[in-house]
Design a protein around this ligand. Structure first.
Ligand code: SF4
Ligand code: SF4
Length: 90
């Protein structure tokens, strides 16, 4: 049976660290996007970020774009627990 968005956990690998996404915790605040765009483009522009937050759904959808360096700035500045770093045991 397919998981609902709230049950979904997405993983993005970075060496031994994964970014775990908890979309059900996302407020849509876009702080992650502001940090990402400023880090890489020196502008506060969500559409320039390598993490995208789609707020058209009740629960925002979170995705990472090609070009993401896995620097984890977005994770470190998410205040709502929607992004989490977790060691990858594999
Ligand atoms: S992932 Fe975190 S920082 Fe980004 S929009 Fe959602 S709550 Fe805000
Ligand atoms: S990990 Fe770094 S490059 Fe990737 S979306 Fe987050 S801040 Fe941007």
């Amino acid at each position: 049976m397919k998981n609902t968005p709230m049950e979904e956990i997405n993983l993005i690998e970075k060496n031994a660290i994964d970014i775990v996404i908890h979309e059900e915790n996302c407020s849509g605040c876009q702080i992650c996007q502001l940090f990402c765009s400023f880090t890489f483009h020196k502008v506060f522009a969500p559409n320039r970020a390598y993490i995208q937050i789609d707020t058209h759904e009740i629960i925002p959808r979170i995705s990472f774009l090609e070009g993401c360096t896995q620097c984890h700035q977005c994770v470190k500045h998410c205040l709502y627990g929607a992004l989490e770093l977790r060691e990858n045991d594999e």
